[in-house]
Design a protein around this ligand. Sequence first.
Ligand code: SF4
Length: 246
Amino acid sequence: MLLELKEAAEHEARAVLRSHLPEGKRTQASEQSVLEALRQLGKTEPALEYNCGACGYHTCREKASAVALGRAELEMCLPFMRAKAESLSNLILASTPNAIVVVDKELCVQEWNAAAERMFGVPASLAKGKRVGEFLPEEHFVTALSKLESSSGLKLSPMPALITALSVVPVRGGDLVMGIYSDITEMEEQGKALDKLRQETVDKAQEVINKQMRVAQDIASLLGETTAESKMLLLKLMRVVQGEKA
Ligand code: SF4
């Protein structure tokens, strides 16, 4: 959403720049429109005018003039595009709910995003530059650095009352390792509650079965007793009847 708004604002600014031109006649942009184009290119001070020539113009002012005249697009400036991509990366880093921690080969923290601050309760200013082991278990980072292999779905509890699923990914050819932590505490607790409910249901069912077995045994026992008594009685009766006949 933020990106869309930004792009819409840039588009609007370009339209404004072009709208200042007397149609089809002007070959030189006004100073004001050049300055506006420079601002759009992120060249808010002379030091930011790199004049690298990557856009095909000798200087940033030439490029800005072409933009103001509607002959070039802002996107043709490589440093501009790079800054835009970096700001997009920063936006993702800042807005993702996952904690992202990047360490270098010495296991020192290079990146510690806003979600990491919230999840681990440590501000980035304190974590950056320190060894990751001071705040989090570091063995997964060590393994990723030594094997240069990614791994995912590693369940670990970096601190009490927090369960996370961790993915570790070597980046920049193994110069850095990125750890992505997803908070799965709630999911795990729900899983445990479900397991408890299942166990209780099984125990209850077993209890009912046991009770029924006991009742069946009692009934069978009573039935056996009365059958035996009946048999004895009938035998006695038969003997009496046979005796009378004899
Ligand atoms: S690519 Fe960008 S920084 Fe390089 S000269 Fe062109 S406008 Fe300036």
